[in-house]
Design a protein around this ligand. Structure first.
Ligand code: BG6
Length: 460
């Protein structure tokens, strides 16, 4: 086995995630990083010939706009195994087929991931083995803890990559540059100057045939427990000394350890809703409850909103509002940082002073800074202006960034074990309040901005 070569083994290779996100990301990564030596093996529960698998890889690479002789060679040597990855003999065979150090990518539901890890814990493993675990990591706090404990019995933490593709999004990475390379922002990045922080990820997409997964997760687990809490950590963390994985992930972990539901009141600090039939971009979308595979008894929400506090010196008293939902009108995906009003506006200054807002958009990748300046004509009258800039796109998408870390053995852009537990700890009281129906399930027509009655969450 060559020490530079890695074999990416995708468990769950016949699934949607592999075709739609992972393989396009891999194609982009390999096209932009010529030094990476990679082989690819697909493993799935359904029968498929190598030829069919290679055709699938080819079309996914095309979807990621990645091509070249190197990718053609990789496709030609790629193999598919129909196997039950919970069976040690079948895993042995897969390891034996690896020409490089294996990186096992679990594109599998959490329950199957846990079983495969239990099997691995009893096997003799190839040296340097890397594990990449898709979200959600566990299904609740106890299962995430148990999975972390199990992993610690057979593999070092640095070789475990808990995947959160938001950590590979160029805008999230740009938060670091914006905050830590501009004296202007970092000096005022605190409760004395900032009134509130809102992180929203509204999508116009509906369920898209994902009931098997989504109906067990819902918006809170699908988007907030994982992705948006990572964004919160990037906004709230203390400046790390370096971008080394220990420093960066340590700073994010510290911020998340201080994070909890606003005033400890899970019912008052959270809302949930589910879409009914409606129209999005001129297309009709049926009600969530009518989607095939959805079970009304599960009480799954398609829109979730939480108010959190980060209880430390820097952020005491500043609400962090996290919201995400599906089938929404205006796909607002941004981080809005609202600064406090100035302590005194010179008497005689007319016009409206709007609060200074920094808006970091996750899609498109842009930033806007709303300011008050003296307007045209009367020099003592205020006008509002917006300074905008586009963030440079990275050469690859978020999955390419995350895969690079996995294949180079650098865990900086993956979630550390304790952080995965913290994220579950933060949402646990909310899940419990929702479970006991302490928060009403509201509805909104698909294509609307959410329930009509929703204004800002009352923050007392
Ligand atoms: C995934 C969620 O992790 O992130 C999806 O499971 C969601 O429900 C997606 O649509 C959003 O991320 P992106 O990068 O596709 O906008």
């Amino acid at each position: 086995m060559s020490s530079n070569r890695r074999t990416l083994v995708i468990l769950g290779a016949s699934g949607d995630l592999t075709a739609r996100l992972l393989l396009p990301g891999l194609g982009q990564l390999l096209a932009s990083q010529p030094d990476l030596q990679i082989d690819l093996i697909g493993v799935g529960g359904v029968p498929m010939t190598d030829a069919v698998w290679r055709r699938r890889v080819t079309s996914s690479f095309k979807a990621g706009a990645a091509s070249g002789a190197r990718l053609t060679a990789l496709i030609a040597s790629s193999r598919y195994f129909e196997a039950d990855a919970t069976n040690p003999d079948e895993l042995e065979k897969i390891f034996a087929a690896c020409t490089g150090i294996p990186a096992l990518y679990f594109a599998l539901p959490p329950a199957v991931t846990e079983k495969v890890c239990a099997t691995l814990s009893k096997m003799k493993l190839p040296s340097g083995l890397v594990l990449a675990l898709e979200k959600p990591f566990g299904t609740d706090l106890p299962s995430a803890r148990a999975l972390n404990r199990l992993l610690a019995t057979f593999i070092p933490e640095r070789q475990v990559h808990r995947v959160d593709h938001f950590l590979g999004k160029s805008t999230v990475l740009n938060i670091l540059g914006l905050r830590f390379a501009n004296r202007l922002f970092e000096q005022s990045w605190n409760a004395s100057n900032i009134e509130r922080v809102e992180i929203s990820y509204d999508e116009s997409l509906g369920l898209e045939g994902r009931a098997g997964y989504y109906d067990h997760a819902g918006a809170l687990i699908d988007m907030i427990q994982s992705h948006l809490l990572q964004v919160l950590a990037a906004i709230a963390m203390e400046p790390p000394s370096t971008l080394d994985s220990d420093d960066l992930r340590g700073a994010m972990a510290q911020a998340l350890r201080a994070t909890r539901i606003w005033q400890g009141k899970a019912a008052a600090g959270s809302r949930r809703a589910r879409y009914t039939a409606g129209t999005i971009d001129g297309k009709k979308l049926g009600a969530y409850l009518k989607e095939p595979g959805v079970d009304a008894a599960r009480g799954t929400e398609t829109l979730a909103e939480l108010v959190l506090s980060v209880d430390n010196w820097r952020w005491a008293g500043v609400p962090f509002v996290l919201r995400s939902g599906k089938a929404l009108e205006d796909s607002r995906k941004d981080i809005v940082i609202t600064f406090r009003p100035v302590p005194h506006l010179p008497t005689g200054m007319t016009g409206t002073s709007v609060p200074t807002q920094l808006r970091i958009s996750l899609d498109p990748h842009m930033m806007h800074l709303d300011l008050n300046i003296n307007g045209e004509g009367d020099p003592f009258s205020l006008d509002n202006v917006t300074l905008s800039a586009t963030f440079a796109d990275s050469t690859m998408g978020a999955y390419g960034e995350v895969l690079e870390g996995i294949l180079r053995g650098d865990p900086t852009l993956s979630v550390r074990g304790d952080v995965a537990e913290e994220c579950w700890r933060i949402v646990t009281p909310v899940l419990a309040a929702w479970h006991r129906d302490a928060v009403a399930m509201e509805t909104y027509p698909a294509g609307s901005a959410g329930p009509r009655s929703w204004k800002r969450l009352p923050i007392g």
